[in-house]
Design a protein around this ligand. Structure first.
Ligand SMILES: [Zn+2]
Length: 300
């Protein structure tokens, strides 16, 4: 049986990493100076997680340097895990700390990519929160997307279809610019919503997508279209979208032929790296070593 060191030593991708929350808690704490009580802990879904963000992490991020520090810590944590490709998202909301200066925001992103380029390949992703100010998104997103700095976009927030038409133009632009199109769906929502998002936005990849496992036809649809799902088992357990790791549907997705990666989502909250999660899944008998190899082979 392979040990954790084996998985850490293998090249791997983290294609689901929100880069402002991708560091270990002790590193965050020594940087922020403010403890988060009883943390990390199992939470009651996204609402409780967002409470912690609103109370402890967001208020601590006040300047452009804070944004760069947070992302830098997340990259260091991924490098320590042996992640060789980081497709991590940088939230457009952080533009407020750059006073809306697109060039300064892009410069920070490029500097971080360059600084770590010998250790890991970073493909920055522009993260778009559904609940963020839509005027600011329409003012900043097109310019940021056209810069050539970002390789993909990701839409996240409440997994409901209400209002998704307001983001259609962003995905149409991403398509024109050949940026990879991703959205969060199927974390708490069902198979039908996964299919709907993929069709409506023309998604190349889905962040989470585990709801698809409830319907073989939707799994087949994802497999036929080669839509990769960047799954985060530890996040799903800690936010109670699945009951336990043993009951995680990742194996059903793999067996249906859906391309799958394992991502950290938010290491600060969930505290299991990519290597650790793959090791956990194999150890728990959820996936086989050859499934693990297929996941690791996604690093390219
Ligand atoms: Zn996520």
């Amino acid at each position: 049986m392979r040990d954790i060191k084996y998985y850490k030593s293998r090249p791997k991708i983290d294609a689901h990493n929100h880069l402002n929350l991708g560091m270990r808690y002790p590193d965050f704490f020594s940087w922020s100076g403010t403890p988060i009580p009883d943390f990390p802990r199992v939470m009651d879904g996204l609402d409780e997680m967002h409470d912690v963000i609103a109370k402890y992490t967001r208020p601590r991020c006040r300047t452009a340097q804070d944004v760069a520090d947070l992302i830098g810590m997340s990259i260091d944590a991924a490098v320590a895990d042996g992640v060789t490709v980081i497709e991590g998202s940088i939230d457009i909301g952080f533009m407020v700390h750059f006073e809306g200066n697109v060039d300064a925001f892009l410069r920070m992103t490029e500097d971080l990519v360059k600084k770590h380029s010998e250790k890991t390949l970073i493909r920055p992703e522009l993260g778009l929160g559904k609940t963020f100010d839509k005027d600011k998104i329409s003012m900043w997103a097109p310019e940021l997307m056209k810069s050539g700095v970002f390789a993909s976009i990701d839409l996240y927030g409440p997994e409901i279809e209400d209002g998704i038409e307001e983001f259609k133009y962003i995905f149409d632009l991403a398509d024109k610019l050949s940026l990879k199109k991703r959205a969060h769906v199927g974390e708490f929502s069902d198979a039908r919503s996964v299919r709907r998002f993929v069709e409506y936005f023309g998604l190349d990849e889905v962040q989470h997508g585990i709801g698809a496992a409830q319907d073989d036809a939707v799994l087949q649809f994802l497999a036929d279209r080669k839509v990769r799902c960047n799954v985060c088992p530890q996040s799903n357990v800690m936010l109670k979208s699945v009951k336990s790791l043993k009951e995680h549907p990742i194996k059903r997705m793999i067996d249906a032929g859906v391309p799958v990666t394992v991502g950290t989502d938010d290491l600060l909250f969930f505290d299991r790296s990519v290597s650790e999660q793959i090791f956990d899944l194999v150890s728990a008998g959820v996936i086989t070593e050859s499934d693990a190899d297929r996941i690791l082979d996604q690093a390219r």
